[in-house]
Design a protein around this ligand. Structure first.
Ligand code: 13P
Length: 259
């Protein structure tokens, strides 16, 4: 089954609004020849830079996402952001469950589920992140950890909900370290993830769901990772912070996909 690839930049806590505007303006020119039939291109700035990014991306093939969302519609949740706040800005995608949120901000499979459900109800596409730590991989617990994250994050969703879910497999040991999973290792894990989705939701959902790889993806390794049958895109950190390197990565990622 052919799945359209989705390449997203997760800017994390980087870029002011003015910097975001400049980056997106430059990116618009660099990726204007990438057909939307081949790839979805997404940038996820910090909340304060979203409006500037949306304005700069207007009329282009670049979509804008947020890095988090809260499950309540409003209320006393200091430091959080709501679905309606993001919708008003023109956000179309939301990241949930990033390992940095799990590691530093007490995010659990349950809160990832609540955030993901709220984002789906709000009409966003969700990039839900999962991934094992080095210690978990070295003690042969990768499959068990991913299964737990998938069951906790996705349990109770319908096939219709799953249409708007993208999974991002990000091995924690590969994030920002320059250590990428080899294509073989990534493919083996993506195949496991798709198998788990099949067990939970059936063949059709498993065939359709897109699974991004994230963790030190670069222009130089994007094409070989994307050539793997179960890798359908990337979630990019450091390389997404410069328009030229992100554009090069996007082009290399789509180089093998037909239109
Ligand atoms: P790096 O590409 O910097 O390794 O980050 C990956 C990531 O965490 C994207 O969400």
């Amino acid at each position: 089954m052919s799945r359209k690839i989705v390449v997203a930049g997760n800017w994390k806590m980087n870029k002011t609004a003015a910097e975001a505007e400049a980056l997106v303006k430059e990116l618009v020119g660099l990726v204007s020849d990438v057909c939307p039939c081949k790839a979805e291109i997404v940038v996820c700035p910090p909340f304060t830079a979203i409006a500037a990014a949306v304005k700069a991306a207007k009329g282009s093939n670049i979509k804008v996402g947020a890095q988090n969302v809260h499950w309540e519609a409003s209320g006393a949740y200091t430091g959080e952001i709501s679905v309606s706040m993001l919708k008003e800005l023109g956000v179309e995608y939301v990241i949930t469950g990033h390992s940095e949120r799990r590691q530093y901000f007490g995010e659990t499979d349950h809160t990832v589920h609540l955030r993901t459900a709220a984002a789906l109800a709000g009409g966003f596409k969700v990039m839900m992140c999962i991934g094992e730590t080095l210690e978990e991989r070295e003690s042969n617990r990768t499959a068990e950890v991913l299964d737990r994250q998938l069951e906790g994050g996705l349990g109770g969703f319908t096939a219709a909900d799953m249409e708007n879910i993208i999974l991002a497999y990000e091995p924690v040991w590969a994030i920002g370290t320059g250590k990428t999973a080899t294509p073989e290792m990534a493919e083996e894990t993506h195949r496991h993830i798709r198998g788990k989705v099949r067990a939970m939701f059936g063949d059709e959902v498993a065939g359709k769901i897109r699974i991004q790889y994230g963790g030190s993806m670069k222009p130089g390794n994007a094409a070989e990772l994307l050539a793997c049958p179960d890798i359908d895109g990337g979630l990019i950190g450091g390389t997404a912070l410069k328009a030229d390197s992100f554009a090069e990565l996007v082009k290399n990622a789509v180089s093998g996909s037909g239109c």
